[in-house]
Design a binder for this molecule. Structure first.
Ligand SMILES: Cc1cc2nc3c(=O)[nH]c(=O)nc-3n(C[C@H](O)[C@H](O)[C@H](O)COP(=O)(O)O)c2cc1C
Length: 178
């Protein structure tokens, strides 16, 4: 297996985050050296699995900013995939609100020219909030690949899961093409 390319996988607190171990293995089979970053909420959801996920990736799982002066513990990213991306995280990113470590990295990543793909996980009620379309448009205009709508994630009804599940393979294929 070639592991010369580094992928940061960033997840926020939506149910597909529970697939993350399988998705990491799939990405590793695709040849990625993967580092896992989580929002604080996603880290709470996965708190019993964090040690196992660190062992699986071979890197610390990060959910917090490092302290000033601490060294970087991850190799530099070639590509970032932010998925699942919640309504909250997409809007924070679009608005440039970097309270969470992973949103801070992708916000800076725009300026650093790091190729970044995101796939929201949002229901049909969230997307009617006027900020959501604006955040998606802002991120697309900044060069982020947003897999939403035609050819990407289609919103589910509130409280329901899509029978075909979250389209992780679509996201991994977009990362491979990035
Ligand atoms: C069971 C459960 C399922 C949720 N599913 C979603 C979801 O699919 N999409 C979403 O945007 N928020 C969802 N939320 C709400 C987010 O977890 C919440 O807004 C959280 O603050 C997101 O924070 P984060 O973006 O920092 O991870 C869900 C919450 C719960 C408790």
């Amino acid at each position: 297996m070639t592991t010369s390319r580094t992928l940061y996988l960033f997840c926020s607190a939506a149910p597909p985050v529970f697939d993350v171990a399988r998705v990491i293995e799939e990405a590793q089979t695709d040849g990625w050296d993967l580092c896992l970053g989580l929002t604080p909420s996603a880290a709470r959801w996965l708190e019993d699995s964090l040690d196992g996920l660190a062992a699986l990736t071979g890197h610390p799982v990060r959910a917090d900013y490092k302290r000033s002066g601490e060294p970087d513990v991850w190799p530099k990213a070639d590509v970032i995939l932010f998925a699942p991306a919640t309504f909250n995280s997409i809007n924070a990113w679009g608005l440039g609100l970097t309270n969470s470590f992973v949103v801070g990295v992708v916000a800076e990543g725009i300026g650093k020219g790091i190729r970044t793909v995101t796939m929201p996980c949002v229901n049909a009620a969230y997307v009617q909030h006027p900020q959501f379309e604006q955040s998606v448009a802002t991120l697309r205009a900044a060069g982020v690949t947003v897999l939403y709508g035609e050819g990407g994630f289609a919103p589910n009804q509130p409280g329901q899961r899509r029978p075909e599940g979250y389209p992780w393979r679509l996201a991994l294929d977009a990362v491979g093409a990035a």
